[in-house]
Design a protein around this ligand. Sequence first.
Ligand SMILES: NC(=O)c1ccc[n+]([C@@H]2O[C@H](COP(=O)([O-])OP(=O)(O)OC[C@H]3O[C@@H](n4cnc5c(N)ncnc54)[C@H](OP(=O)(O)O)[C@@H]3O)[C@@H](O)[C@H]2O)c1
Length: 256
Amino acid sequence: MKKTILITGATSGFGKAIAQLFAAQCYHLIITGRRSGRLNILKSELENQAASVTTLCFDVREKEAVKEALLSIQDRTIDILVNNAGLASGMSPIDEGNISDWDLMIDTNIKGLLYVTKETLPLLRKSKTPHIFNIGSTAGKTAYRNGNVYCATKFAVDALSQSMRIDLLPYGVKVTAINPGMAETEFSIVRFKGDEERAKNVYKDIKPLYAEDIANVVLFCATLPEHVCINDLTLTCTNQANAIYTIRDSEKPKQL
Ligand SMILES: NC(=O)c1ccc[n+]([C@@H]2O[C@H](COP(=O)([O-])OP(=O)(O)OC[C@H]3O[C@@H](n4cnc5c(N)ncnc54)[C@H](OP(=O)(O)O)[C@@H]3O)[C@@H](O)[C@H]2O)c1
């Protein structure tokens, strides 16, 4: 029987790549995001490949909107929830931080993830094989300079993944935290508020992860035998060791 996957933040980056890969694997898709135009384009693209796609357009920060969206599909069963919607906004020392940026990151990355999870759980618990993926980050494992509040939100995702795994144990819900390092998506453009040059510079002279890499890892974790759960998976590109240490190709010694 075909499984159903709900992906938050499917209009770009990891979420979009996960939607495309799972559509190719014949899953039913429920794709969400704030940009309805992009959701509709992705829906037509995937439906042209014979996938079945439902779109839900809402902002994860708005708890009533989240509730309403999930209520509209309450007859469905969800097998996989991917809590992917998230962002970094700004990058500055804590004493120069912008409070609106802090609110935006905390409201999206922590509270949004909680609202979506709470409203999706009744549909997940109808599944025989319920699985939650939380997209964390290497920033949720090690804090880095000027990353303060973004890192704090991803540390929170790490804590929530651990807690969900414990609390949902009686219901057989797998909880997998995926913690990517630097990946070239719209992430840095959003972080630097549309400054494409600055965003591009983050990946200069580096072969970063791509959204498809994260999608492949999610598919791998989602298709393991029923008794196996990958709890926590950190992946980086080979130019990166962790949230702090990255080497550009031009900095590498000519010969080891
Ligand atoms: N790229 C990286 O280097 C990296 C590394 C580690 C972890 N991550 C994490 O991976 C996740 C996906 O990021 P990405 O790299 O794929 O970035 P992206 O290309 O900017 O995609 C972010 C997605 O999140 C959605 N989103 C943001 N705020 C939202 C809100 N308030 N309500 C609903 N949807 C919202 C966006 O959709 P709309 O704008 O249409 O709402 C978009 O689809 C994030 O949680 C990010 O923190 C990224």
